[in-house]
Design a protein around this ligand. Structure first.
Ligand SMILES: *Cc1c(COP(=O)(O)O)cnc(C)c1O
Length: 366
């Protein structure tokens, strides 16, 4: 720790993103894709854009907001854009919450919510998922302060319906409900249409997953125009140029290609069903998922032994060292050939543990 660190950050525990290793691994650990973005993105990055790089980009990011608004069928003034939904959530919390305020989120969810709480000096409260790993609607209805959760939730893959979320929103019109829809394009129903009716609802989405653009890091919120304006005021008091010309051009191109989004999402859904079947046949418990990942466990692979066995075979998946889910693993649904590679490695690992005496008990590194 350096000499000048703000004392508020003494205990900060920065988020640990999924590993991004150098070697030639099959990467199924961070829910991104190896599929290129819409061909329109490559076109957008060509000559005219490069020549325009000497100028500052539109600080209001109007073309990108317009593209998002058109794709979602909402008013442009209801859209806030940022460098990933991470940054969008950051501006939202900075705008709306004060140090010491409470913020509730599920005990098992996107790890970043807790990190925001620390960064912004909020009192983070974990609301436990039910025994079935579902979001506890009644507890979220009753919580007296702002709440944030992912829908579908990560890493479980389970989703609430818009009706259920509406109940949480309606329960207390004076507190903020933030719904993180990072995975909504893989089969869940979006709450975006509800935003028009509820000033206290904010829906956040990203281009990092279903639009194959994690490397460009673009996210957005749909919210009441008054709240969006407040967030813009805060952003303009911090850095009006968060969205570079490159980022905006990439975002506009990707948001304009609905057909490509559908095509990519359908391919994932198809592979998700296939992978789920293959894993069940091999004795895995597989949580039903509406995302581009599966949350799975197997009696022969306690704790992080599955992730280790697969890593030694060139495949990365994600294990979270966290109570309640110590035996579970999150596997990103990749392309057909990535899943072929995963299944091969898995069969090899299974054959090895099943040959061991006392199989499944504290099996070490493969
Ligand atoms: C991946 C993910 C994000 C991060 O999205 P970015 O736009 O890349 O910042 C946010 N929320 C959840 C639940 C995610 O899984």
């Amino acid at each position: 720790m350096g000499k000048f660190l703000n004392a508020r950050f003494d205990c900060i525990t920065p988020y640990v993103p999924g590993e991004q290793p150098k070697g030639s691994y099959v990467k199924l650990n961070a829910n991104e894709t190896s599929v290129p973005p819409s061909p329109r993105v490559a076109e957008a990055l060509d000559r005219p854009l490069i020549e325009a790089l000497g100028r500052y980009a539109d600080p209001h990011a109007r073309p990108l907001k317009r593209a998002v608004a058109q794709a979602l069928g909402v008013d442009e003034r209801a859209v806030f854009v940022g460098n990933g939904s991470d940054e969008v959530l950051g501006f939202l919390f900075l705008t709306c919450l004060d140090q010491g305020d409470e913020l509730a989120f599920p005990d098992i969810s996107y790890g970043f919510y807790r990190d925001y709480a620390t960064t912004f000096g909020l009192a983070g409260t974990e609301i436990p998922l039910t025994d079935n790993f579902e979001i506890d609607i009644a507890k979220f209805e009753a919580f007296p302060g702002p709440v944030v959760f992912a829908n579908p939730n990560a890493p479980t893959g389970l989703a609430l319906s818009p009706d259920e979320i509406e109940r949480i929103v309606q329960a207390q019109p004076d507190r903020l409900v933030v719904v993180d829809e990072a995975y909504v394009d893989y089969g869940a129903e979006s709450c975006v249409p509800l935003v028009e009716r509820y000033e206290n609802l904010v829906v956040v989405q990203t281009l990092s997953k279903s639009r194959n653009l994690a490397g460009a890091h673009i996210g957005f919120a749909v919210a009441h125009p008054g709240l969006v304006q407040d967030m813009e005021d805060i952003r303009f008091s911090f850095n009006p140029f968060t969205m570079s010309a490159l980022t905006q051009a990439v975002g506009v191109a990707a948001m304009g290609d609905e057909a490509y989004l559908r095509q990519c999402a359908e391919a994932i859904v198809q592979q998700r069903e296939r992978l789920g079947d293959e894993l069940s046949q091999r004795g895995f418990e597989v949580m039903p998922s509406l995302t581009n990942f599966l949350f799975v466990r197997h009696d022969c692979f306690p704790q992080d032994s599955l992730a280790k066995a697969l890593k030694s075979r060139g495949i990365l998946i994600r294990h979270f060292d966290q109570p309640r889910i110590t035996d579970w693993n999150r596997i990103t649904v990749g392309t057909a050939s990535e899943i072929d590679a995963l299944l091969l490695a898995l069969d090899d690992a299974l054959a090895e543990v099943q040959a061991l005496p006392g199989r499944g008990v504290e099996h070490g590194n493969a």
